[in-house]
Each structure stands twice: as C-alpha cells, then as structure tokens.
Write a protein that binds this ligand. Sequence first.
Ligand SMILES: [Zn+2]
Length: 490
Amino acid sequence: MENTVSIYNTASRTKEVFQPLNPPFVGLYVCGPTVYGDAHLGHARPAVTFDLVYRYLKHIGYKVRYVRNITDVGHLENDADEGEDKIGKKARLEQLEPMEVVHYYTQRYHKDMDLLNVLSPNIEPHASGHIIEQIDLIKRIIDNGYAYEKNGSVYFDVLKYSKDYNYGKLSGRVLEDLIANTRTLEGQDEKENSFDFALWKKAQPEHIMRWPSPWSEGFPGWHLECSAMSARYLGNQFDIHGGGMDLMFPHHESEIAQSVAAHKEEPVRYWMHNNMITINGQKMGKSLGNFITLEELFGGTHKALEKAYSPMTIRFFILQAQYRSTLDFSNDALMAAEKGLDRLLKAHTLIGSLKTGENSTSDIASIRKNCYEAMNDDFNSPMVIANLFEGVRIINSIYNNLETITGEDLALLKETFDTFVTEILGLIPDETLAGKNEKLAGLMEMVIDLRKQARAAKDFATSDRIRDELSQIGILLKDSREGTTWEIEK
Ligand SMILES: [Zn+2]
C-alpha cells in the first residue's frame, strides 16, 4: 500500500497507523438510521463522513466491505429500555404495518443519500432480518455468565462483566459514576442494577413487533443488532466501526461489552466518531424549532432557512470541516459554502479548456502530494479542499494568461481534480445527479421542439398532452418569452 493512513481511534484517544486485520480487505461497520421519520441534518454528517472514509480506502487500493444497518426494531423511545418502540409507535399512530413505516422511510433515506452522492454500502442489513443471529448471541452471553433472565426478558449483567473486563473503556465512563447516576425507573425492577441493559424484552400485549425466543415472545434490545450483524458480515473482530459521537455511550460501549462477553474477543480495532452538528450555535432539537430535515433543506421550506441549499452544497459544507470538529450550520455559512463549491466546480470544468505552454509557473505535483497527505492524516478533508483551492487559483490564472502550464502538468492537474473533487470528495454538479445528463437533454430538446410545432399548427390538444404527461412523470416545462425550459421536480 503506497499510502499509509492514520486514524484517530476513539478507544485509545490517539492517532494510530491503520493496519487492517487481513489486508487488502477492510471491514467497515457504521450505525445506520432508525427508520421512523425523515432524514435530517444529524443523519447527513455521519453518512458523508463515512462515505469519505469508504471512498478513500477504496481509492488507495483496499477492498472494503462496508456494512451500514437499518434499525427497524428494538429502538425504544427511552434509552433506559423503557417506552414504546419508535417504529411501532409511528405505525400505531398512522395505522400502518410497522414494515410499511420501515419501507417508506428507508426509501426516503436512500433518496436523500443519493442526492448527497453518498455511495450505497455493500450490505445494508435490517435488524428485523437478523433475529436468529441476535437470539444466538444472547444464548452465548448467558452461557458465558454475563446475562440473566427475568420474567421472559434478558438483561446484560454490567457488574459481573466489569469484574472481568472494562465497561466504560470507550466512553471513559466509570462504573462507580454509573452506579451513582442511574436512577431506577419505574417498571425497571426486573433489572438487578439500573445500569444493566436489555438484550431481549418480553413484549407487552399491545406491542406489535414480536418474535418467538427461548425466553418469551418479544424483541431484541437496541444495542444487540449491531453486535450480531457486524459479527455476521465482518467477523467477530473487524477493522473500523463508525458512528456519531452521541452513539458512543451507551450504544457502542454496550456493543463492545456484548461482543466481548459472547466471543471473548475485542470486536473493533479502530473506533471512529464524527462530531455533532449545531444550528446557529444551538443543538438541534424539535423543541427548539430548529429541527431541519434534508428535504426541507434542499427545498428551502423551513422557516429557519433564508433559501434552499442544494444537496451538493450541504455535502461540501460538511466536508469543509474535519469530521472530529463540531460543525455549525447557519445561512451565512451555507451561502459561503455554495459560492466556494461553485468556484471549485467551475475551475474543474475550465481545466479542459486550458492551453499548455513551455513551462509551468506553479508546482502541481506538490498540490497532489499535499492532498494525499491530508487524507492520510485522519481524512482531513478541509486540508484537501484548501489545497484544491490553490489549484483553483492556478487554473484561473492560466485561463487569464497570467500563468503557464506544461502538457504534463496539465494532465496531472486534471488527474488531481478528477481524483479528489469527483472520486474522493464526491463533489459533482447537482444537475448531473438530478439526471439532467446529456442524453436526456437531447431528448428533451426534441420533445420541446415537437410541442412547439404542434402549437404553431394550433394543435393545442397535442401540445397540452405533452406538457401534462411530462408533468406526470416529474418533468416540468416552463414557457417564457425566451422559449421553453424544463426541470426535474424534486
Ligand atoms: Zn449501532
């Protein structure tokens, strides 16, 4: 491997040289969405962050198996194993089958991810499709003595585990503090200790999502699915586990405990956590009125937004910060990102029209080298972008005949932009993504021309039919004095 990557490992709180277990293969697991509502800004950051990691590791030659799950069962409203299942509740309120809720929001999540140019993972397992693996894992944990059954539910014995292993090693929590700070909630008297967590919950009569198990008809605890599915697809130990910082405790801490209790082996070699987002300096939350879905952001329909921001602007904005820094969304910052992205993409297209000369006035090779060094240093995308903007300056200077470039350097510059702008940062014009490609443009030109002819012949039935049928498939025609233009409905 020509490039050596350093990764900040949350488990050790240091940057470590990345050495996969079985090179050139890399196992990457990232916690995906709980599909009971539309994707929002908080979903965009981990998706883009680990898309960057996935794209770069592939680019430098690793064969990556990227697993990102869909949580469709077991995520209760309250992290302390109480409350309704988030998906079950939505299904009850909207009088739908839980799987209808899951299907609907999974599809909408995929649509948002496509717009953000986030590549699909290699496997996207559903928790509900892996109940057998989860039951099997619980049996192992019980057999090894780290879980107990009570009234048909099974709980992880944190105290027992802590005698043999370190519960709290990832998040830095200390068991004594947990003992002092977790209060026993009502209905939790089944637990031996309030900080124990559910591996299996017996379903109450009104609970719709339920499966048979050796202990009761019920459903798995939320943390369990990631341990079961990562082991199923990546092995008991694998390379990288990612997710948002908010998942570090209790979710990831519990994942480690479950896997170690079952397999007596550390599941993850490198833990990566992206930092959180804020909006105008505030945490995002429904009660604060700043809870913005991606659809609202792309359409500019939320009252906190001064305008719509394209998916690529959002992607660029996220990549402008290193994934471990906090990221604050504001109209000013997004507008600045929109301008910056526009300059970058325009310069990228300009490369094709640059003339070559006898010598180069700038050092192109070092821009390329700096981009690789930045990515190798814990995926430092803002540093890559800074170097690409040095490239933008050079491109514009050559275009305006203020600088010159040799044919060889021009090819290198083009390769650097193609690699880093398009392939690794995944930044492409929104129109390209929306399907406005050249063939479609040619076809639309023909259709608009036919409609124009029909109108000239006063065949308004045909011209209206063309407009209406296009509108039905989501292509809108707009007539003006200058002629007819079209756009794809978002
Ligand atoms: Zn998870």
